[in-house]
Design a protein around this ligand. Structure first.
Ligand code: FRU
Length: 493
């Protein structure tokens, strides 16, 4: 009886998923089997494979009471679809099986930890609690003692309607599970609450790792907390942010609080706050640690504010970013596509020392919508190059541009002419390091998206572009004197 909603979802996705033609999806980015996708969930390792779940509503291309969709992979690039894992079918999660995480238990079972929502949004009945399901990598049973954490476990006034998105990890030194979740406290803004458990089932409150104090948006969604090198990183997705320079934009944004963690006291001391992505579509990232020690991040490549603007004829809506490796180099956080992507590069095309021209110039064999292309740009002499633009997904009617402005020290991503018929923000800028006019841009395109990794991952800009696929031209143009190199690969599975 309990499983009815899940059985229904599995039958539905089996019937309808196959109707989405391969060319209607990106090649190497995750999309839902059918219908709606938002946050990545349960990004983790289980029995030696990477598992990835996602916020899922199979029945519509718009958000509905969320299920968990499910995939697995050996390399973060090629994903195998699995049947939906969870559906809203219990009194404590009937309004949605919201975001959460996963871990392998010592006894070999897989534990999913998620937020159960009961009562409609913005009603006094709305209640969010943390719940558990246990399974074998395909099928899951909700725990009979759910929920396992409620807002009452937090010893300060907070709002049970905004308590969500637990991220679980195991700490070997403390021989304990920990989980961090977002909560709204008395000042009506967010905080990241830490909990611990010896067995993964019975949880107790530890501390608040950090408070928003109305400084970085309001509610903090989807927290993740981990150590990277000498630093500890608390990543959160604030709602209702206010823009600050080029660093933060209005609305739902993602910030990375970088600091130190005193493990024995469970005390996080924030040192600085950075943006994680400067594109138009990036939210709710989640990370895992690979057995070889890499910290890998994946996010929803979409902004909530524009997520409803997709053609009614679409069969799916929502995709995830490429998985990225996070590193610290000279105190700087770098993000680059997982190295596993290199194995999928085909047909190299290399052009070197091309003189910059004012008119838009195409290069032999440099075009396409599914590719990995690095463009290194150099001024002829210091400061002789003012601006350099790459036009992508271009034909007579459309183009999307990436412009490096050496005088302003910015890279601007502009999809104004990508064929989007809505009055929305179409441009965003990232500040870049001054290298006397030099810059490196690695561009990943996958039919419906463009991800730009600037200067070996110092900044990233992730955006969707739904330009018709026949617009596949690439052009280079510049203002000033300089040179550029292009190294381009097709990507195929
Ligand atoms: C973030 C979010 C989460 C929530 C989920 C619901 O995008 O709002 O806080 O768990 O989406 O789908």
């Amino acid at each position: 009886m309990k499983q009815t909603a899940l059985v229904k979802a599995r039958i539905f996705e089996e019937e309808h998923g196959a109707q989405v033609l391969p060319q209607e999806r990106p090649v190497f980015h995750v999309t839902p089997t059918i219908g709606w996708l938002n946050d990545p969930n349960g990004f983790s390792i289980y029995k030696g494979e990477y598992h990835l779940f996602y916020q899922y509503y199979p029945y519509d291309i718009h958000w509905g009471p969320t299920h968990w969709g499910h995939l697995k992979s050996k390399d973060f690039i090629k994903w195998e679809r699995l049947p939906a894992a969870l559906a809203p079918d219990s009194d404590y999660d009937i309004q949605g099986v919201f975001s959460g995480s996963a871990i392998e238990l010592p006894d070999g079972r897989q534990l999913l930890m998620y937020t159960g929502v009961r009562g409609k949004d913005n009603t006094p009945e709305c209640h969010q609690t943390q719940c558990i399901a246990i399974g074998d990598g395909t099928n899951y049973q909700k725990y009979e003692k759910n929920p396992v954490i409620t807002a009452d476990d937090i010893p300060e006034p907070c709002f049970a309607k905004d308590f969500r998105d637990p991220k679980i990890w195991w700490d070997e030194e403390e021989a304990s599970f920990f989980a961090v979740a977002g909560i709204r406290v008395a000042d009506e803004s967010g905080a990241a609450a830490l909990f611990s458990s010896k067995d993964g089932f019975s949880w107790s409150y530890v501390t608040i790792l950090d408070y928003c104090r109305n400084e970085y948006g309001k509610m903090w969604e989807c927290p993740d907390f981990f150590e990277l090198g000498e630093k500890a990183l608390l990543i959160v997705s604030p709602q209702e942010m206010l823009a600050e320079d080029l660093k933060f934009h209005n609305g739902n944004d993602v910030i990375c609080l970088i600091g130190k963690y005193n493990k024995s006291e469970h005390q996080f001391t924030r040192e600085r706050v950075e943006a994680l992505d400067y594109g138009l579509d990036f939210y709710a990232p989640q990370t895992l640690k690979t057995p070889d020690g890499r910290r890998i991040l994946i996010a929803w490549m979409q902004s909530w504010e524009t997520s409803h603007l997709c053609p009614n004829s679409a069969k799916w809506n929502g995709m995830l970013t490429i998985a990225r490796e996070l590193t610290f180099v000279n105190g700087k956080l770098l993000q680059n596509p997982v190295r596993e992507l290199l194995a999928y590069r085909k047909d190299p095309v290399i052009h070197q020392n091309i003189a910059c021209k004012q008119q838009a110039t195409a290069l032999p064999k440099v075009s396409g919508r599914v590719l990995d292309m690095t463009v290194n740009i150099y001024p002829a002499e210091e400061h002789t190059l003012k601006r350099f633009t790459i036009r992508l997904a271009a034909n007579e009617d459309y183009h999307t541009s990436i412009t490096y402005d050496a005088q302003l020290g910015t890279v601007c991503f502009d999809r104004t002419y990508s064929g989007f018929r809505y009055n929305i923000i179409t441009k965003r800028e990232a500040p870049v390091r001054d290298q006397k006019g030099k810059i490196s841009l690695r561009i990943l395109m996958d039919r419906f998206s463009i991800e730009v990794f600037i200067n070996n991952g110092e900044q990233v800009m992730s955006s969707t572009v739904y330009t018709p696929q026949e617009a596949d031209g690439i052009f280079f143009e510049a203002d000033g004197n300089g040179y550029f190199d292009v190294e381009k690969y097709e990507l195929s599975l």
